[in-house]
Design a protein around this ligand. Structure first.
Ligand code: CMX
Length: 133
């Protein structure tokens, strides 16, 4: 693991939350993106070498819609940057973590991603991500 790449925050209304976080951080998101594979719309704010990702559900069966229904808005996941996601997935699987996919998938912000089930990580959803070069 190299660093915390971003914190994901589940929000009900991306436009309103973009305004809120623009005021809070003193700068606008550098990117907004619809990620069809995850049923989410996202925006990214840079903070030094890390990022905040705001996530709004685009359908009722989105993980973000389910999360907000159950827990309300708030921190949804922590994403760690890795240099070799395949090696890291293999290592974590051998350590007994529960990978939510056997292969990395294409995520937001030009990344290969894989999630670990929160039940085995103290209730925190963990995302691994690797930059696509
Ligand atoms: N953080 C912590 N716990 C979470 C959670 C989260 N983000 N999402 C769900 N849970 C909890 C549920 O509340 C539930 O807890 P209890 O058993 O105590 O009730 C438990 O995890 C398991 O829930 P589940 O019913 O088995 O599964 P869900 O349908 O809620 O799905 C999860 C949970 C993590 C498997 C699913 O959300 C998933 O596959 N997530 C990965 C993909 C994703 O989150 N995509 C959106 C982000 C995309 C992006 O970053 O661009």
């Amino acid at each position: 693991m190299i660093q915390i790449e971003h914190l994901g925050i589940a929000v009900k209304n991306l436009e309103q939350s973009n305004e809120l976080f623009t005021k809070l951080l003193g700068k606008p998101p550098y990117k907004t993106e619809h990620v069809a594979s995850q049923n989410v719309s996202t925006s990214f704010f840079m903070i030094a070498d890390s990022k905040i990702e705001l996530l709004e559900a685009t359908s009722m069966d989105s993980p973000i819609a389910k999360f907000i229904e159950k827990k309300g808005e708030g921190i949804h996941h922590i994403a760690f940057l890795v240099s070799d996601i395949y090696a890291e997935m293999k290592r974590l699987q051998s350590e007994g973590f529960n990978l939510l996919s056997q292969e990395p998938t294409l995520g937001a912000d030009n990344k290969l991603i894989c999630f670990l089930h929160p039940k085995n990580t103290n209730g925190v959803l963990i995302e691994l991500c690797q930059e696509i070069v």
